[in-house]
Design a protein around this ligand. Structure first.
Ligand code: FAD
Length: 307
C-alpha cells in the first residue's frame, strides 16, 4: 500500500513541490544523492575508487517534455564524461542514462533520444568507458530495447537493464545473453499492473533467480543489481558453478544503500559498481528509494519531526 502510494506520488507535481521545498528533505537526499554538480559526482566516484569500488553515474532527471532540457541533459553527460577522463577515472566509472531524460517523450522523441544517446556514447568512447541504458516503466521496454540494438551496432558495449518483476524478462534474458552483452538485472522500481508484472515479492524473487541463472550461464557480462542478501549469495554460487572469475560479472548497488556490503564484496576481490545519482532533479529517484523500504520513510519522518 505504502509502496504504491509513494510510487504514485512520484509522478505528482503537487507533492513534488511540497517535498522539494521542505528543508529537512535535504538530509535524506544527501544519503542517496552524491550532490548537485558534476564535480560532486566525480568526487564521489573518486572516493568509491579509494575503497576498491566502481561507479555508474546517473545525471538525475526523467520524463522531460522540454527539448532544451533534453539537450542540457545530453550536454551534462558529455561534460561529465570529459571530467571523468580528465580525472583518470574512466576505467572505474561509466554512466547510466534514462531515455526519457534525453527526449523520448518529445514529438519525434524516438529520434531525438537516439541522437542524444549517440552523442553520449561517442563521448564515452572518447573517454574509454561505457554507457548503460536505465529501464523505466513497462510501456517503454520495447522502445528502450530497440534503441539498445541500434546503439550496439556502433557501440557494442552499451549495457541494458532488465527488471525481474516483468513477466517478459526471462525471455528477454535469453535474447540478450549473447557474447559481450552487458545486462544489469534488477527487481524493478516502478508501479506496474499485474497484467505485465509479478506483484507478489516472492514471485519477483523467484523470477530474479530464473533470470540470473540464464545470464550467469550465458556468454555475456551479467550485472547483478540488488541489495538482497540471498540474491547476492546466489550470485556468488552461480559464479562458482559456471566457473566465472571475478571481473567476468559484477555486483551493483545504489549509492547510500548497504555501503558495508559493497566494501565487503570488493575486499573479497569481487567487482562492485555503485550507482551514483547527482543533480537537482532528485524527486522521482528519492520517492522510488522511499518506496523500496519503509525504514527509509521512518527515517524521513523522524528527521521532519526533529527539525
Ligand atoms: P529489495 O527486496 O527491495 O531489498 C532487499 C534488501 O536490500 C532490503 O531488505 C534492505 O535491506 C535493502 N534495501 C533495498 N532497497 C533499499 C533502500 N532503498 N534503502 C535501504 N535499504 C534498501 N530499477 C529500475 O526499474 N530500472 C533501473 O534501471 C534500475 N537500475 C538500478 C541500478 C542499480 C545499480 C540498482 C542497485 C538498482 C536499480 N534499480 C532499477 C532499482 C531496483 O529495481 C530495485 O528497486 C532496488 O534495487 C531494490 O531492490 P533489491 O533488489 O535491492 O531488493
Amino acid at each position: 500500500m505504502l509502496r504504491q502510494a509513494l510510487l504514485s506520488v512520484s509522478r505528482s507535481d503537487k507533492v513534488k513541490n511540497l517535498v522539494e521545498t521542505a528543508p529537512v528533505t535535504r538530509t535524506l537526499v544527501h544519503r542517496f544523492v552524491a550532490g548537485e554538480r558534476a564535480f560532486d559526482a566525480v568526487r564521489a566516484a573518486e572516493h568509491l575508487g579509494t575503497q576498491g569500488l566502481y561507479a555508474s553515474i546517473d545525471h538525475l532527471g526523467e520524463d522531460t517534455r522540454d527539448p532544451g532540457q533534453a539537450r542540457a541533459t545530453r550536454d551534462a553527460y558529455v561534460e561529465l564524461l570529459r571530467r571523468l577522463d580528465d580525472a583518470g577515472l574512466a576505467g572505474r566509472a561509466e554512466v547510466s542514462v534514462k531515455l526519457s531524460a534525453i527526449g523520448r517523450h518529445l514529438p519525434d522523441g524516438a529520434d531525438v533520444a537516439l541522437d542524444h544517446a549517440r552523442a553520449i556514447c561517442e563521448a564515452a568512447k572518447t573517454a574509454g568507458t561505457t554507457v548503460t541504458l536505465d529501464m523505466e516503466d513497462h510501456t517503454t521496454t520495447d522502445a528502450t530495447l530497440a534503441v539498445l540494438h541500434l546503439l550496439r551496432a556502433d557501440y557494442p558495449w552499451v549495457g541494458a537493464v532488465l527488471q525481474a518483476y516483468l513477466r517478459r524478462t526471462e525471455a528477454d534474458c535469453r535474447d540478450l545473453a549473447a557474447p559481450g552483452s552487458r545486462v544489469r538485472l534488477c527487481k524493478g522500481a516502478y508501479d506496474e499492473p499485474a497484467s505485465v508484472a509479478f506483484t507478489d515479492r516472492a514471485d519477483v524473487d523467484r523470477n530474479y533467480v530464473r533470470c540470473l541463472k540464464i545470464l550467469m550461464a550465458g556468454p555475456g557480462y551479467p550485472m547483478a543489481a540488488t541489495h538482497d542478501p540471498r540474491l547476492i549469495e546466489l550470485t556468488g554460487m552461480l559464479a562458482a558453478r559456471n566457473r566465472r572469475e571475478p571481473g567476468t560479472y559484477e555486483y551493483q548497488m545504489l549509492y547510500g544503500v548497504r555501503p558495508a556490503e559493497q566494501t565487503r564484496l570488493a575486499a573479497q576481490g569481487e567487482r562492485v559498481r555503485v550507482y551514483v545519482p547527482y543533480g537537482d532533479q532528485w524527486y522521482g529517484y528519492l520517492m522510488r528509494r522511499l518506496a523500496e523500504r519503509p525504514a527509509n520513510m521512518t527515517f524521513f519522518l523522524r528527521s521532519l519531526a526533529t527539525k
